[in-house]
Each structure stands twice: as C-alpha cells, then as structure tokens.
Design a protein around this ligand. Structure first.
Ligand code: ZN
Length: 318
C-alpha cells in the first residue's frame, strides 16, 4: 500500500481552489478558512467536500454554495453519512450518549488530546456515535505524551459505560482495538517503551498495526515477545486508570454531557464547555430530522452542472 502524504495548509488551499473553480460560492465562503479547518484531509477528501457542499446547496435550491453547506459537508466527509433510517432504542441511545460523553470528557481534560470539535449520537456509517477532535495545526510527528493522552481518550467511552451502568457492551470493540494497536506501535515501532528501549521489533511498515505477523519469523526472541506483551498491557492499563480517575472526578459533568446528548443528539465545543462549567444548554431542541429530500428535478442544476467532474457520491436516499 502506498501512502500518499496528506497536503498541508497551502496544499489544501490549492486543492480547494481547483475544485471550486466552477462552483458558484457565496461571499461567506473563505477557502482559506476551510483549508485551516480541514487538517488531515486528503486531496480526495477535499474534492469530496466540495462535491458534497454543492449537493447540499442544490438540495436546498440555493443559487450559491454557502458556508453552512461546507459545514454540513465536512461532517459528512469526516464522519460518514447519517443513517437516518436507523432507529435506536431508548436504551441504546442512552448507552451511546454515555459512551461518547466519556470520550469527550477525557479528551477535553487532557492537554495532549486534540480539541473536541463535535460529539454526536446520530448513527453514521458503522458507528452509533462519534466524538470528533480536530487538530489545531498540521501534525507531522507523534509524541509520546500526546499518544498517551489519546489512549486515555479512546478508553474513555467504555469506562464511562462501566461507571454509569456497571456493565460492558460490545460497542467499544473498535476503541479497544485502536488502543491496543496504538500501544503496540509505541513499543514495537516507535521505541517509546523505557523498558525495551529505542528498538524496532518486527520489521516493515504497518506490520505491527496488523498485530503479530505469523507468516514471517519474528526478529526477536520469545522472551522479548513476552516483555513486549507486558509493556503493551502496562501502557493500556496505565491509560485506563488515568481515564478512570478523570471520569470519577468529573462524574457530574459526565452525566450532564450524556443528558445533553440524549436531548440534542449533537453538541459542539462551545456546548461542551458550558456543560463542563456546570451549565445547561438552553438552545432549542432539534426539530425532527427532515427525511425526504426534494426530488431530483427540483435541484438547482446550475450548481450541479458547475461541479468539476461528476459528483462521485449520489445524494443520500432517505
Ligand atoms: Zn468509542
């Protein structure tokens, strides 16, 4: 697999300029601002972003693509399309709210985590909910302290469920897998274990991400393998305890965030701040989500026709 480097700010701005060349943009759209708000996006993501924004605008029969269309498109490109047809039971909804609240709270409390941008319990793709953090700037290197904090955040979801319900669900499988892989990469690939030192165990790119490579002979002894396992376990358990401490200490905030998620379904960084400071959200509760998009012929052809290349994603069918 070939890794294409992700474009930096200047690169993203360039890609956006190319793809919006023929798209009518509202004056509130500043490409520089959008480029700044999309670190980590690939060129293909950005192309997709422009297409999706245009589709949103066309669906609402707008003359021009507005900033709000880009915001919606960003959610969709980053988090996958909403699964509007999926009905969650009340219990499932509560469980997801608590789980995401756990991620968000730990993420907010640890300096090494990227700022939480949005938290949602609207199902998207395979996920029932999502906590979305956005880096403040382009990231090139990964640092141990940051990685340790991120580990805590990824364990925060499962932990919140445990603390609130005294129960574990299978919903955290992905988090747990991510955490284990990250810890293993820290030990085996990036030489971040004090005990094992700055050595690489296992060879090749990405191999450690796939777990043990059974096909080829490992370049370390059985004894080292045991030490690696112990180190990986130690790192994950350390993160687990740290995350637990945060959640126990801020239990009231955790409950408020979870409640707000059940009521509002999606909260942003400002909402999160209010809830952590002990406040309640006062904005209007979301209206029932609109299900039926206008029919194809009603769409504003001008915007659709202007799209460079054919939009690769069909407008979502409700
Ligand atoms: Zn999770």
């Amino acid at each position: 697999r070939i890794m294409v480097p992700r474009p930096d700010l200047k690169g993203r701005l360039g890609v956006l300029k190319v793809h919006t060349r023929r798209v009518p943009l509202s004056t509130d759209v500043e490409l520089e601002v959008i480029a700044r708000g999309t670190p980590g996006m690939t060129g293909a993501d950005l192309e997709n972003l422009v297409n999706e924004a245009a589709l949103f605008a066309a669906r609402l029969n707008k003359e021009k693509v507005e900033l709000s269309d880009f915001e919606q498109a960003k959610d969709k490109v980053f988090m996958g399309p909403e699964r509007k047809s999926m009905i969650m039971s009340e219990q499932e909804k509560r469980n997801t709210a608590v789980h995401e609240a756990g991620h968000a709270l730990v993420g907010r409390m640890l300096p090494g985590c990227d700022p939480v941008h949005k938290v949602t319990i609207i199902p998207r793709g395979q996920a029932l909910g999502l906590t979305w953090s956005l880096p403040k700037e382009d990231r090139i290197n990964l640092y141990k302290k940051k990685l340790m904090d991120q580990l805590c955040m990824s364990l925060g979801g499962r932990l919140a469920e445990e603390l609130m319900f005294g129960e574990m669900s299978s919903g955290a499988a992905n988090d747990i897998e991510q955490a284990s892989k990250l810890a293993r990469a820290m030990v085996c690939r990036w030489g971040m274990s004090e005990k094992l030192g700055p050595l690489a165990f296992g060879s090749g790119d990405g191999e450690v991400f796939l777990g043990r490579d059974f096909a080829s002979k490992p370049d370390y002894s059985e004894e080292t393998a045991k030490s690696i396992d112990a180190e990986v376990r130690g790192i994950v358990m350390g993160a687990y305890e740290r995350a637990k401490k945060i959640l126990v200490e801020h239990m009231e905030s955790l409950k408020r965030i979870a409640e707000a998620l059940v009521e509002y379904e999606t909260i942003d960084a400002a909402d999160l701040e209010i809830l952590i400071q002990g406040g309640q959200l006062t904005r209007a509760k979301p209206a029932p989500r609109v299900v039926a998009p206008p029919k194809e012929e009603k769409k504003n052809r001008r915007i659709l026709d202007a799209l460079d290349g054919i939009p690769k994603m069909e407008p979502e069918k409700a």
